[in-house]
Design a protein around this ligand. Structure first.
Ligand code: 4HQ
Length: 266
């Protein structure tokens, strides 16, 4: 299994310490299930001020990231990726790593895309700051723009870390219990069911009886119904696409019509 190589372009490389220093992504990094390389475009500037940004043409507030330091950085990354392929005797047919720019203008990230990215052997992530990056660099060098959500954050670093975290969980060996990754929310297009742990009675609030009975088939059914009900109530549009994907069976449909009947009952 070839390890995933992730190259990140960022003027704040230290932010990624949080990702490789903690939790599942930290352990996956320790075990070399993926390798992350951080590249600061400031290091590839040649002026005395090490400028990576400038004022926008046409005026207006904020600054725009310069194309040239980023192009140099991406060139250096391509070269390093090539060397690595030679060193690791990678298959001759490996495609060039896609360059992904994290941006609210991108396509919303989905679990489907996360799983696809986890199959790659190389990934280049571009993190913007300020108002964003000169459009010419994006047109010339970016393969895909991805948004982490319909809201604005101060830079692409946190969105990139979220993407990496989501991808790394899918690498074989990253999570002890792989079933739990597959069972999680969204993998089958539904929200996750509710979870309970000890004590059975917490301040007068009891755990649903079915979970205490040890009847595994009934528990499995209850969890599925719970997931369907929660999805119906909170994200009905997810249910519509799960149905289109053919992810709901006839038992699911019976559960959902029972829920509908209860909702309609006087
Ligand atoms: N930004 N999903 C603006 C985001 C963002 C998002 C990253 C802020 C890029 C220039 N990225 N910079 N939402 O809000 O990915």
């Amino acid at each position: 299994m070839p390890t995933l190589r992730i190259d990140v372009v960022t003027i704040f490389p230290e932010m990624f310490d949080a990702l490789v220093g903690h939790g599942i992504s930290g352990r996956a990094a320790e075990r070399a299930l993926f390798q992350m390389h951080r590249w600061n475009p400031r290091d590839l500037t040649e002026d005395a001020y090490r400028r990576v940004d400038d004022r926008p043409f046409g005026g207006g507030p904020g600054m725009v990231m310069l194309a040239e330091p980023l192009a140099r950085t991406l060139d250096a990354i391509s070269e390093a990726q090539l060397e690595e392929r030679v060193r690791s005797q990678a298959r001759a047919d490996v495609k060039k790593a896609p360059v992904i720019y994290l941006s609210p203008r991108g396509a919303p990230l989905t679990q489907q895309r996360v799983c696809e990215l986890a199959e790659l052997t190389e990934l280049t992530l571009l993190c913007g700051r300020y108002e964003g990056i000169d459009e010419r660099l994006l047109r010339a060098r970016v393969d895909e723009e991805i948004a982490i959500g319909d809201f604005v954050v101060s830079g692409g670093e946190l969105p990139a870390m979220m993407l990496i975290d989501a991808v790394v969980r899918w690498l074989p060996g990253a999570v002890q219990d792989f079933a739990s990754v597959q069972e999680d929310s969204f993998t089958r297009g539904l929200l996750d069911c509710s979870h309970y742990t000890r004590p059975e009675d917490w301040r007068g609030l009891r755990v649903p009886d079915v979970l205490l009975g040890g009847h595994h088939e009934r528990i499995r059914e209850w969890r599925r119904q719970e997931a369907l009900l929660t999805t119906q109530q909170r994200r009905p549009e997810l249910l519509t696409s799960a149905r289109k994907q053919g992810w709901l069976d006839s038992a699911d449909e019976r559960t959902l019509s029972r829920i509908g009947d209860q909702a309609k009952a006087p």
